[in-house]
Design a protein around this ligand. Sequence first.
Ligand code: NAD
Length: 489
Amino acid sequence: MPELFIGGRWIAAVDGGKREIHCPADGTLVATVDEAGPKDARAAIAAAREAFDRGPWPSTPAAERGRLLSRVADLLERDKAALARAESLDTGKRLVESGYDMDDIANCFRYFGSLTAAGGTDRIVDTGDPGIDSRVVHEPVGVCGLITPWNYPLLQTAWKVAPALGAGNTFVLKPSELTPHTAIMLMRLLTEAGLPPGAANLILGAGASAGAPLTEDPGVDMVSFTGGLVTGRRIMAAAAPTVKKIALELGGKNPNVVFADADYEAAVDYALTAVFLHSGQVCSAGARLLIEDSLHDRFVDDVVARARAIPIGGPFDERARTGPLISAAHREKVEAYVDAGLAEGAVLRCGGARPDDPALADGFYYLPTVLDECRSEMSVVRDESFGPVLTVERFRDEDEAVALANDTVYGLSGGVWSGDVGKAHRVASRMRAGTVWINDFQPYVPQAEWGGMKQSGFGRELGPAGLAEYQEAKHVWRNLSPRRLGWFE
Ligand code: NAD
């Protein structure tokens, strides 16, 4: 069956384009899928436009839209094993982690299902005049172009698809060209749940050819993008001529600030998961360890000892705790950042190389790496390497910790570890980041907003603001007893 989903039909790319998908863990061919070009993208936009302008979805009662999202959550739970397997083959991610992602994805649909069904966002405005009925109603934005990355393919997609549909929009989804399979499966589940044809459309393919039309075409009202900073800037510029609404979830270079009075064992443990989970391919990865000077030596020694012992392997290796990078090109990028850091004076404490295990030779593996004695002007500290690379910087006091934490163009997330609640809250409140964890790192819930400050982007996903992102507020004013105004008499 072809893999592009346009206007409720599965079709092949008009130009016959195909792309091979390989598993990053061992290079095996997972599948060959259709590769859309600009013509397919425009056909998908036209289908979404038609479904928005004349189809039933935007005017379906909110309670019914909410029920459909809850049905999708049930179907995601039913198909969890197959979805997790497909996600692991595309990404190389451990199967158990893909399973956790699928639970989170079902929860996301369930949350937006209840939020949509509950309604309650419209409101009456008191003008003080009983002859006026004034109300603010919330309507869908229109046709949404949803563009997603490869690191959490279906999760990032769910954060957009669930609220976009909940608010009554129609959409064209373009997942990363490297990880298309769970998006294909989601289209089937949306259809099975009863979504009308044309409300959800899927195109697969490269950013420049399949993605760019979504950012330029006047038929698209909004673009919600998750991906890298450079692509985000390009999308913002491409969306300007047609003044599209845009939401950008970009990268991060997230500080994990550890004070000497922190719970030592927990802080060491979380310093590792903060950065080495999914080989550092996490937008909110705690890739910058900022450590109080007096704690530095012992703490870094322990982090290094444990990083050296992390078992690495493919998605179905139950011993493995972390896996490969997504591609050969991405691994080369990570290697270049480590080399640049070493050239600028960082001290290599562990890793800094590919594993020498011949069983891993066909995958894109890279050892968990710790670079000590880093400074914030180094490119390995400033830029998102998006790999298993922890940089270590020292601070002497609270003010210096905050200054270092904020010395980045990004502002997605950060962590602070301290046994002093007051100090932890002071630092958290001064950190310029969309999410701050105190004595923790990485958790999120669908009820709480997620998004970036500064060049980590704008707009919010999840939470009530994640639904509002896909709505337009409209003020409707009704004069109940109009009389001549006489202004020009
Ligand atoms: P990327 O920017 O290379 O690609 C993301 C998506 O954009 C892909 O689907 C790609 O095909 C598409 N694209 C590329 N060029 C385009 C163009 N000109 N027009 C339209 N679409 C285009 O990012 P990636 O390498 O897939 O993902 C990793 C990045 O995503 C990291 O920077 C990471 O921090 C970020 N990310 C952010 C969050 C968040 O919540 N803020 C979450 C996950 C990932």
